[in-house]
Design a protein around this ligand. Sequence first.
Ligand code: AMP
Length: 420
Amino acid sequence: MRVLIVGAGGREHALAWKIGQSPKVEQIYCAPGNAGTAEIAENVDIPADRVDRLLEFALENKIDLTVVGPEQALVLGIVDQFKEKGLRVFGPSALAAQLEGSKVFCKDLMKKYGVPTGDYRVFESPEAAHDYVLTREEKLVVKADGLAAGKGVLLCDNGQEAALAIQTIMQDKAFGEAGDRIVVEEFLEGQEVSLLAFTDGKTVLPLDSAQDHKAALDGDKGPNTGGMGAYSPAPIFTEALKQEVMKTVMQPTVDAMKNEGRLFQGILYAGLMLTQDGPKVLEFNARFGDPETQPLLMRLENDIVPLFEACIDGTLDQQEVKWNPKPAVCVVLAAKGYPGSYDKGKVIHGLEKAGKISQVFHAGTKSCDGNVVTNGGRVLGVTALGTDTAEAIASAYRAVEEISWDGGMHFRKDIGKRAG
Ligand code: AMP
């Protein structure tokens, strides 16, 4: 089987690593990939959002299965275009990916079908939005409707701050057209967890629990990032809680999408807040999360390819997922300055030594004159299994100690501590 993975992050390296273990797979391509995927797959120099060129490549190279990492390609309709040409591809259609691509669509769907989420209002004009928030004293969340690379959500302490957020999104157009409409949402308090599930549009097969660390600094301080680390399982996510989320969130959402004529096949990722009134949805993603995928795939015992195929074929009811009981922890090494501005092109040292201790997934890296150099904000995801969380943490940080690059790296020192 010839597999194409679309994307260039740590998630895609982890997918390539896992797919490469399948006896069904003889060749993997990754577009555009990174220096890590290049060790397992053949990197193809096509950006993840160039659906036309990806389609041409897949047809020419007789790709049997395409797995899509990032959301842009899904929202642009990569799945529809590949399927039209008879290609097999894992992920939701453009219509289904709107669950992530439009916060307004997502909130309206949840309201219509009674999926628990925070109260909200939608605004298409900045004036109306200002009038509304300036009467409010409480904390609010202002969200750009469209995709904004994870940056379109602004947490506000009061109405005044919300008014500034509206200015940033709707008038200054900080996220371009994504900010033509906004959602102003109730601020939810509690612990944040995520649940990912495979779905073929009918059956929902949850993955084991995982939790990520979004804040840049230790103790969950500092600005939000794409994710500074993750661990699996998340002890706070008990079996009872998982059953509740399956019953109140996951299955109703998949059923609702089917009912709306937007059959959702692929990974459904629910970002949840565990509030005093029970779990409520913060957002849905239409794909694997990064970095949660790294520890999750370290623990998945199945061959992942039949799971992808079952989602495409509508036979997920015949599948089961098996997990290594050992916990896994992923520590993200970022470039100094991230999530603000940072340098690229620094030679990374110690990868071989670190790789003997833990699994080092590459994110923003590329090969250059025989070296691996930094090529993004999040550079590596050092991921380790342990007999318990403490051992997994120790082993990941032992590997981290081996790694360095000029200009300095930034990483959190408390990844996994919450899991205790
Ligand atoms: P989202 O992309 O919608 O998940 O938002 C990004 C982050 O903002 C989430 O992971 C939460 O930490 C936070 N967030 C989003 N919505 C809310 C909300 N209604 N209340 C509190 N925090 C939120």
